[in-house]
Design a binder for this molecule. Structure first.
Ligand code: ADP
Ligand code: MG
Length: 504
């Protein structure tokens, strides 16, 4: 009997040891896997590092590239395009002006009434989708369609037959080589448009012909892109506005430059002595940019490799996809996200607004994160610590983006001597320098809708400039500058202001 008891006891002990060994083994393996995932995160954090020192190098590189792009055609990855916009709205404009905003799947028509004094603008706006077949058809069909919509819009508000010529600002957010403030040639289509007979053709001219065909007494008096419209609206409200930045699906910036600094265009004369320059900053590149293996893969797999490098680190089109790539790598390295979800292999499955929603999930159990991982990436039921990891990835990616955008802004300020560094001589501290109030207009949902992005951007501006200088720099959100701004420019470039600068 005693032997039997002893036998059972030994058996139980052996079984217990085996189970314990299994549990310990699994724990050790799981800890090792977790360590690997943390290693991936750490490596990514290090490659995304944006210390103030590094950001200042980016600032300097931006200013240097701006100089190079202004010095000669093709002198930099920054195109620094002339816009021929030589004055900005001041608030004193009077009259009724129209605008047409074409730059994506929708187009908008606007009408704004200006009373000669700065006031809150309340434009009439109508938006319409562009029928898909018109995006890839013939240019005449597209412009006839737009002209008809404009005709109906004018009819609702004014007399179409009026002998007084109406002025129209045209925001056309595709790359254009501008030849005057109201004319320019399409370099290439982007964003799903592919109307072959339009490439290298005069854009405003094509619209003008359609308006004439329609019998609309309206002149396309300015042709601009969305950043220039944003700067115009910013300046209308605040005369200290010197630059505009768009941070939405893509990113770009423009600013007010002295004509004598535009060396590649000798003999350019404007009565104001200045002109808005469209930087096309999405294509900025510098070896100081903190690049990761994820950025390299994203770029290589994109339809435009080696293009738009800055944009691919900053804008709404890409941030979600960088996060997807990091989650995929972690998922391949371990099973903290369960078996690798096939959705993780699909580019752009995780859109930036959803990434932002995960990042800003403040529920204790991170329920939004759990929901989005399950619904969008097909990753169900992962432990809280793995969900926290996802939030951390979003944070690293967004923080880098916002801080780089801030460095870009300071780069512009440095180029035009508004970063407080100009004139520092021995013994004087930055706070002794008289710094002029400087406003930067910003538009785009990444900035306006994503609180963490906005906060990180402002924090970085403070860090780079120092609080004494940063106090003088204000970032102003301009709602719908891309449309309203074009109408304002049509106003500020009308009759008395127009001096039709041309290349000589
Ligand atoms: P666009 O740049 O196309 O003219 P927007 O300025 O509205 O238009 O920007 C749209 C982009 O902003 C989207 O592609 C998306 O990436 C990003 N976005 C929109 N909403 C949010 C949000 N709530 N949080 C983060 N990003 C957002
Ligand atoms: Mg936009």
């Amino acid at each position: 009997m005693g032997k039997v008891v002893l036998g059972v006891a030994v058996g139980v002990a052996v079984a217990a040891c085996t189970v314990a060994a299994l549990v310990v083994g699994r724990r050790v393996r799981s800890r090792r896997k977790w360590k690997r995932v943390v290693g991936v995160l750490k490596e990514m954090e290090e490659s995304c590092e944006t210390t103030v020192g590094r950001l200042k190098q980016v600032v300097d590189a931006m200013a240097v590239e701006m100089h190079a792009g202004l010095a000669s055609e093709g002198g930099s990855k920054l195109k620094m395009l002339l816009t021929f916009v030589d004055n900005l709205p001041s608030g004193s404009e009077k009259g009724i002006f129209y605008a047409l905003d074409l730059g994506g799947t929708n187009f908008r028509v606007l009408r704004v009434e200006l009373g000669g004094q700065r006031s809150d603008l309340d434009p009439d706006v109508e938006q319409q989708p562009i029928p898909e077949q018109l995006m890839t058809g013939r240019s005449e069909d597209l412009f006839d369609f737009i002209a008809s919509s404009l005709y109906q819009f004018v009819e609702k508000n004014d007399s179409v037959q009026s002998p007084i010529m109406k002025l129209l600002g045209f925001t056309f957010s595709f790359p254009v080589k501008q030849t005057s403030v109201s004319s320019g040639v399409l370099i290439k289509w982007t964003k799903g448009f592919a109307i072959r007979d339009m490439v290298e053709k005069e854009v405003a001219g094509a619209l003008q012909q359609a308006l004439t065909r329609k019998g609309l007494n309206m002149r396309v008096s300015v042709l601009v892109n969305d950043t220039v419209g944003t700067l115009a609206l910013g300046h209308y409200h605040d005369a200290d506005t010197v630059a505009a930045v768009i941070i939405g699906t893509g990113t770009n910036a423009c600013y007010w430059e002295r004509t004598d600094a535009i060396i590649k265009c000798q003999g350019l004369l404007t009565t104001s002595g200045g002109m808005v320059v469209n930087m096309e900053w999405g294509n900025f590149w510098s070896s100081h940019l903190p690049r990761t293996s994820y950025d390299i893969e994203l770029d290589a797999e994109s339809p435009n490799p080696n293009d738009q490098g800055f944009e691919k680190m900053i804008s709404g089109m890409y941030l979600g996809d960088i996060v997807r790539r990091v989650i995929l790598r972690m998922s391949e390295e371990s099973d903290v996200f369960g078996p690798v979800s096939s959705r993780l292999y699909l580019p752009f499955t995780l859109r930036t607004p959803l990434m932002a929603a995960m990042h800003e999930d403040d529920s204790p159990e991170l329920t939004q994160v759990a929901r989005i991982l399950k619904d969008v990436l097909d990753i169900p039921d992962i432990p809280l610590k793995a969900r926290k990891l996802v939030v951390k990835i979003c944070d690293v990616v967004t923080r880098r983006a916002a801080r780089l955008a801030a460095a870009g802004i300071v780069g512009i300020l440095k180029k035009i001597g508004r970063d407080g560094s100009g004139g520092i001589t021995g013994g004087r501290s930055r706070s002794d320098i008289k710094m002029r109030r400087t406003a930067v207009a910003v538009e785009g949902s990444l900035y306006t809708q994503y609180t963490m992005f906005r906060e990180y951007l402002h924090e970085a501006l403070n860090e780079i400039l120092g609080e004494d200088i940063a106090r003088h720099v204000v970032v102003i959100v301009t709602e719908d500058g891309s449309g309203t701004g074009a109408a304002l420019l049509a106003a500020s470039h009308s009759s008395e202001n127009v001096n039709n600068i041309q290349l000589i």
